[in-house]
Design a protein around this ligand. Structure first.
Ligand SMILES: [Zn+2]
Length: 493
């Protein structure tokens, strides 16, 4: 028995909009946490809850009813009630995007007839299109709140964290590890709830389970060696302070506080028109497309709203960012990146050794899940880290941030190893599409990579399995025995 889709969908939209409102605060404040701030005659360190939300221009505190997500911005028509200073349209767009993505994912999982398209025969490309849009969809993806509730909850946390990380990465060229660790903790916590459809699990006695254990042990060894100073830290020289600040920063973490955050687009009306068009697309989807396509369109619309609110910046701001990035570029990236290779030796070695040692681990359900989480974390992190190292060795220029490594590790922990390659290949394609959009808007493109990994990860929740199934068929076409349905563990309907 499923509850009323409109009631739950609306509830999740409202919940998502409230969380989006909080994400705006996270994006704005996380990089400044602890900095002394004076407000209302009191000076203290900035926290998520202090000072209370107020207009940065006239410092008037904002009463709760003018803080209601989406509605307050529309009611005030994007201006402060007291001094009429513009409130960035980003606030509205991030709230809308989070609400829409929450409702969209719920409808996709429980009410759209989104089928699990495994078992489609053939190896031809059109099959993936059929699979993605679930033409002739049969059964629901999940069958009830006990079948998919934990998966939905964890995936909603994933979306919220990815939105926050993308927003901060867009503003600061940095992804706080507080966010990625939170995601990792949530993924491990969810493994206590037993097997869940769509969430990773591996056989503890199999090679994957053993490598997860060995790799994690090696990771802990490396971290211990790093903290005790045996392993050198890469990019640890301190760069001279930028002219307008007196903070010195470790440039491995990006030129923090030297790039002024750009709270989204400057002009409001083009974004509002864009948002209306995107919402029309959602309405058209529900009116004319099939259930699964409508749910997919809803999720894509949410991502477009988010990108519209967070990513565009003025050409002057882009130039400034480019300049700061160039000034803070490491002079000897190749030599520095070799230090990171050292860090990777213990995990790789222990994972390889463990692969050959027959272990008799208990077949407990929580262990299957926890090892699946760890294996996803290791695979996701390693893939981006190796890309970073190889890219840096090739071009003597830092290719990808360590923040991206943390981010992909956390994503891998939630979605598992099998969705990592689809995400890895989708991310640059999405980045390229956005670059083309920016070209049409006549804007410069200086963007970090985190948002693209994030958007690919969100998209993979719906289309990752068909893509993964398609390339598995491509690669192993000859031996394409029916793949066990990863969405439904034995015992679930
Ligand atoms: Zn004001």
């Amino acid at each position: 028995m499923l509850p009323n889709p409109i009631f739950i969908g609306t509830t999740l939209f409202v919940l998502g909009a409230c969380i989006g409102s909080f994400l705006n605060v996270v994006i704005w404040r996380l990089a400044y946490l602890g900095q002394p701030v004076t407000f209302g005659g009191k000076t203290a360190g900035l926290s998520m809850s202090w000072p209370p939300s107020h207009c940065p221009n006239c410092h008037t505190a904002i009463p709760w009813y003018l803080n209601i997500p989406v509605l307050a911005w529309l009611w005030l028509r994007g201006r402060c009630a007291t001094c009429h200073e513009k409130i960035p349209v980003r606030y509205l767009l991030v709230e809308l995007a989070t609400g829409l993505s929450f409702a969209g994912l719920y409808l996709a999982y429980f009410h759209s007839g989104w089928s699990q398209p495994l078992g489609l025969g053939g190896t031809k490309f059109p099959h993936i299109i059929a699979a993605v849009f679930s033409v002739g969809a049969g059964h629901q993806r999940f069958h009830g709140i006990f079948d998919g509730g934990i998966t939905l909850a964890l995936d909603l946390i994933l979306i919220a964290v990815l939105f926050a990380a993308s927003g901060i990465d867009a503003d600061w060229y940095e992804i706080p590890t507080a966010l990625t660790h939170l995601l990792l903790a949530a993924a491990l916590l969810a493994s206590l709830f037993g097997l869940q459809p769509g969430l990773p699990a591996v056989n503890p006695a199999g090679i994957g389970g053993r490598m997860a254990l060995g790799g994690t042990a090696g990771l802990l060894v490396s971290l211990g060696l790093l903290w005790s100073g045996v392993l050198p830290r890469s990019f640890s020289q301190v760069v001279p302070a930028a002219p307008d600040t007196d903070t010195t920063e470790n440039y491995a973490h990006g030129p923090r506080r030297t790039i002024a955050p750009m709270p989204g687009p400057k002009k409001t009306w083009p974004s509002v028109v864009g948002a209306l068009l995107i919402l029309l697309m959602v309405a058209a989807g529900w009116l004319w497309a099939s259930g699964p396509s409508a749910a997919l369109i809803m999720l894509i619309a949410a991502m477009l709203l988010f990108l519209l609110g967070v990513l565009p910046r003025s050409n002057e701001a882009a130039d400034e960012t480019q300049q700061v990035l160039e000034e803070s570029a490491a002079p000897s990236a190749r030599r520095e990146i070799v230090k990171e290779l050292l860090f990777l030796v213990p995990p790789a070695a222990l994972a390889a050794v463990a692969a050959f040692i027959p272990l008799s681990l208990p077949h407990a359900v929580w262990l299957q899940r926890a090892l699946g989480v760890l294996l996803g974390m290791l695979f996701g992190g390693a893939l981006i880290w190796l890309t970073r190292i190889l890219g840096t060795l090739a071009f003597n220029q830092v290719a990808m941030g360590l923040g991206d490594v943390h981010l992909m590790a956390a994503i891998g922990a939630v979605v598992g190893t099998r969705l990592i390659l689809p995400i890895f290949f989708m991310a640059p394609l999405l980045g390229l599409l956005w670059a083309i959009v920016l070209k049409f808007m006549g804007k410069r493109n200086v963007l970090p990579y985190g948002p693209w990994l994030s958007m690919a990860a969100i998209l993979s929740l719906l289309i990752g399995w068909p893509i993964e199934h398609w390339y598995l068929l491509k690669i192993f076409a000859a031996s394409a025995a029916p793949v066990a349905n990863p969405m439904h563990w034995p015992g679930t309907p």
